[in-house]
Design a protein around this ligand. Structure first.
Ligand SMILES: [Mn+2]
Length: 355
């Protein structure tokens, strides 16, 4: 597998490419043009500029996380085809630059959701946490302020202020969008982009919803094994695949992650690996990648990835805030670097045992 690191770009990230390069085994970067808006067609020169920065630093640009999907596509409004065409043009440009992985999500209004971005742990580190009891007490329009006030001054991916200023309007837009309709709109979108993905060998990799249940009454459709298989079968093209995010899947402890991995052989294009600790139903916090620190069996997860022959990009997902580092919550250098070493250690040991 290709160990990689998410990086938001020089203007937006506290971590530097040269620092990432010094992490043993780190070969790639997963990035984005952070100042583009959902629905924009990406600029070819900007894509080339990003790729050059990454390659000049001795790393490879292994994928984009994310090319975000415009609400017109998710809602299925009459103007969606215009935004789908922009998306197709962006895929063509990325593909022509040899960038063959696009991670995206199909969650309405709110991207990933947390009730706390800096929950203290007994060792003095802080982590992102989710408590449904807290979320139930907050109005959606107040939720942004809570997230933003907690973000160390960084713009959180999926929580851009200009978008959140329109929260009420967005809720109105989605009021008749059932889970069935959202699924149909996703299939419509994927069918439209598959030809250009075939042409340039670009993999679309949908991220698991986070958490995997409805938040604020909005529909959620990418929640576990059944829904993932339904989507894989609805658009059977192998370029329609999955970003297997262990943390998001684990928000529902009933999700058997090694089993889901084995069942999706050939359709997992990208892996996010992190550990979570569950304390009660609907209540969890993120943990260090080390198995014993959380509730997930990271060894069994890595074993399943090796067993299906997964060799694509993988990245340590959110880390804890440790050693006084100030960064975008979840995206510091230190704990993700530590996490990558644990993951590589598991991978090397499992591979050697198999050989
Ligand atoms: Mn993830």
């Amino acid at each position: 597998m290709k160990m990689s690191f998410r990086w938001f770009g020089e203007q937006f990230d506290s971590v530097k490419l040269w620092q990432i390069r010094q992490i043993p085994g780190m070969v790639g970067i997963i990035s984005t043009l952070y100042d583009t808006k959902p629905g924009d067609e990406w600029d070819l020169e900007a894509i080339r500029g990003l790729k050059k920065q990454v390659t000049d630093a001795g790393l490879a640009l292994l994928g984009i996380e994310s090319v975000n999907i415009h609400d017109a596509i998710k809602v299925g409004t009459p103007d969606r085809d215009r935004y789908i065409q922009n998306y197709i043009n962006t895929i063509r440009k990325l593909g022509s630059e040899g960038i063959r992985l696009i991670c995206y999500n199909f969650m309405p209004v709110f991207d990933w959701t947390r009730s706390d971005l800096a929950k203290p742990r007994p060792d003095g580190s802080t982590v992102l946490a989710y408590d449904q009891n807290i979320v139930d007490r907050i109005k959606p329009e107040e939720f942004f302020n809570r997230m933003d006030g907690d973000s160390n001054g960084f713009i959180l991916p999926g929580w851009e202020p200009e978008r959140m200023a329109r929260v009420k309007e967005l809720f109105e837009l989605y009021k008749d969008v059932t889970e069935e309709k959202l699924f149909d709109n996703l299939v419509y979108f994927l069918n439209a982009v598959m030809p250009v993905c075939d042409e340039y060998d670009v993999n679309m990799a949908i991220h698991i919803d986070d958490p995997v249940w409805s938040v604020f009454g909005l529909p959620r459709i990418i929640t576990g094994k059944g829904p993932l298989h339904r989507l894989m079968e609805a658009v059977p093209n192998p370029h329609n695949g999955v970003t297997l995010c262990t943390g998001s899947l684990s928000s529902n402890p009933a999700n058997d992650i090694p089993d889901i991995i084995r069942s999706l052989k050939g359709r997992i294009h990208f892996v996010h690996m992190r550990n979570t600790k569950h304390t009660a139903p609907g209540v969890f916090e993120e943990a260090a990648h080390y198995t014993s620190d959380g509730s997930l069996d990271m060894v069994a997860i890595m074993q399943a990835l090796v067993d299906i022959g997964f060799e694509g990009p993988i990245r340590p997902d959110h880390g804890r805030a440790i050693w006084g580092e100030v960064s975008m919550p979840g995206y510091g250098l230190y704990d993700r670097a530590l996490g990558s070493q644990y993951l590589l250690g598991l991978y090397d040991a499992i591979k050697r045992q198999k050989a």
